[in-house]
Ligand binder design. Sequence first.
Ligand SMILES: [Ca+2]
Ligand SMILES: [Ca+2]
Ligand SMILES: [Ca+2]
Ligand SMILES: [Ca+2]
Length: 328
Amino acid sequence: MTDTTKNFGTGPAAASKTFVYLSLDSILDPGDTLIGSRPVGVLSSGSYSAGSTLVTIPADATPGIRYLIVLADGGQAVAESIETNNTRTTSIAVGPDLQVSALSAPLSALPGSAITVTDTTKNFATVPAAASTTFVYFSLDSILDSGDTLIGNRPVGVLGGGSSSAGSTVVTIPVDTTPGTRYLIVLADGGQTVGESIETNNTRTTSISIPFPDLQVSALSAPSSALSGSTITVTDTTSNLGTGLAAASTTRYYLSATSTYDTTDILIGSRSIGTLLNGASSSGSATVTIPAGTVVGRYYLIARADGEEVLAETNETNNTKYYRIVVQ
Ligand SMILES: [Ca+2]
Ligand SMILES: [Ca+2]
Ligand SMILES: [Ca+2]
Ligand SMILES: [Ca+2]
């Protein structure tokens, strides 16, 4: 600690001592710890003494932003014109300070896939940090909160002042993740085992794109004619032509007067489609009934992928395929 103790009064000041305190706040009070002092000689009006004091931060000092308070005439040996202006304060960071100084991960990934997250966890303080664990979270937004999913962690050894640990963690993107922009949040000292001067700077975030699927009905067949009220077998192939994973969906079948689907079309059956990876297809059949009383004529059997409209896709307008059918 280097200070200048000056006599601002009009008369001389007898010899005094300048005290140094460590404080949890910036105000000197009886709870503060005296950690050093230095002698100051007689000071005539306007003269000063500049000097340094080697002080020790107590080993048991609680980490955090603390205050060094220097007090002129500590011990109150000199009567002064003003006794209430004798302190000067500066802050000091006590303890290590872990931060994630670098982070990299793939720009996109499929739900359920394993990816490698690489981080550098660094101790930005001058004092060592005990061993810690760096956590990796998956988040819907860029802010770490209690709703985020812990998907991995890696051990970080003791880090001396200014030193760092670079390492990788293999994590799995939650299988139920929906498409869109998501976030990987890496947290130094996850689990909070290391007391630090600053506990609020421990995260680093990167976005990761979960790609969208694109379901289409790539093939459709049925009898070319059917009796009103009869059951027929419809066979289709529902394909995921997007880059993302398609969660389970339903392909619905409609009887329509036109080749394009609209909400007035008559739902006559459906088929469940399991999860489809990008590029994958599901072929299958369903038994459907031509409603009794259907007026004889030419119709369109329309198959509509994601007929329940539960999946977000890159293209929502390419989900139907029709097959001409005559109702007799
Ligand atoms: Ca005094
Ligand atoms: Ca920190
Ligand atoms: Ca901590
Ligand atoms: Ca589609």
